[in-house]
Each structure stands twice: as structure tokens, then as C-alpha cells.
Design a protein around this ligand. Sequence first.
Ligand code: API
Length: 275
Amino acid sequence: MSATFHKMHGNGNDFVLLDLRAQDYALDSNGVRAMADRHRGVGFDQLLVLYPPTTATALARVEIWNADGSRAEQCGNGMRCIADYLHRQGEAGDDPFSVEGPVETIHMAWIEPGMTRVDMGRPAFGPDAVPTNLVPNGDEYSLDIDGATCRFGAVSMGNPHVVIRVEHAATAPVARLGPAIGHHPAFPRGCNVGFAEITSRTGIRLRVHERGAAETAACGSGACAAVAVLQRAGLLDDEVEVVQNGGRLIIGRNADTGSIWMTGPAAHVFQGMIE
Ligand SMILES: N[C@H](CCC[C@H](N)C(=O)O)C(=O)O
């Protein structure tokens, strides 16, 4: 069994894209973990799998796997790469198009070579949406970690996110608090943990410890989650530049629909064959 794959990345958050609409390749958690191995496999933060669509308008049905073999409901950088791939394949033109995401239809558009835009849908707040068994005080959650109380926002972008406001992202305790919160029983499906430094009403610096992958160079849904939480707190305007270690994104809020859109880079690195 072998298949053609595409290696891509969005601001250094790297992916293997496996287009299984016209080829077969059996996948399970063990196989995904092996493929993700950066020494014995191809290496990726997430695996993006395209299957034939189940609706007339979508170009593909998308499944997302993390490097640890777990499944994810959303991947913002990955969706931007899928948009670039579908345009590169000649399946998408300059008009918006859509794919069936794991939990909802995702609308996207190609902007220019290496630049795409994705409508990431409406953020969902509240414990049941995230999901978490914590009870918020207003919009703020708190959790005692190592004897200290950690306060944060929480939101679902399809996938679960915690957003912690920090003075300086560069010195945020990502390696310690990321796993401690991300794997905490208060989050039955785990969560991605973002550390956001507000630099202005139109700018943040962000680092994200990702569920199923550890800290990544960039996290697209994490950027959307951080902007959604901080906008809800009245701290950010409708359009924000999010700077992460791997690069920058423009995140905006559609005032009419309440959905969050994301514009940023998508790069195709190489095509290969996996056994
Ligand atoms: N680790 C995430 C999936 C990938 C998210 C990230 N790579 C993005 O760009 O949104 C999760 O398990 O929810």
C-alpha cells in the first residue's frame, strides 16, 4: 500500500496532506503516529486527509489527525493549506469554495499565490461548548495549578481552546502550563492552550501549546480563539494582526455573522510517496 502525499505548512505549522479522493490508504492512530515521526516517518504536526465529499457543493470531506494519533475538529493553518492545494490542483478558482470539515462546512478562498483566507465559523463560549466541567465567573475560568490560581478564557473554534493573557509571550510558561492545563481532567477532550500578549488594540503576540502536538510554530485556530476571547473582553478591535513565532496572520470578526475569518500564508514544500 503506498500513496502520494504533499508536505505543506502554514507559518511553520507543518502538515502532510493526503488526498484520498482518488487513491486509497488505510489510516489508524498507530499508522498516523508512525508517519508523524520526524526521524522514522515523514514528520508533521497534523495530517490532513481529503476524502470524496458527501455534499454537492463541497470539494472534499476533511479529516484532521494530530501527531499523537488523536483526531481534531479543526485546524486553521491546515485549512489554509487545503485551500492553496485545491487551487493548485485547478479545482478552485478565484471565487470562494468550501470543504466539509470534521464538525461543519468550512468556507475558504484563494487570495494570491501562497495566501489564502478561511472562514473559521462562529466561536462558541460557555462550558458545554468548549467543553469543560469548570464553572466560569462571567467569562473567566480559573484552575489551581501547582498551588497557583491560573485564570483564562475558553472557547471552541470547533476544537477546544484556553486563552491565557500574559505580559510577555516570549517568557510565558508554555512548556509547564501548556500540558498541565491541556491534559487536565477539567477538559474531557483536552484543549489547546494559548498564551496571548496584547501589544495594541489591533495586535497580539501568541504562543500555543497544541493538543496532540506540543508547542507549534503557529496555530491558526489558536489565533482565532485568542482574538475571539480578547474581543469578547473588549480588549481588541474587529481586525487584529496575530504574530506567532512562525509568522503572522490577520484575524477579523464578521460583525454581521459573528464568524471569525483568518487570512495568511500557505506553503507547498514537496510531494512524495509514502509506503
Ligand atoms: N492541535 C489541534 C488541531 C490543530 C490546530 C492547529 N494546528 C491550527 O492551525 O488550528 C487540536 O487538537 O485541536
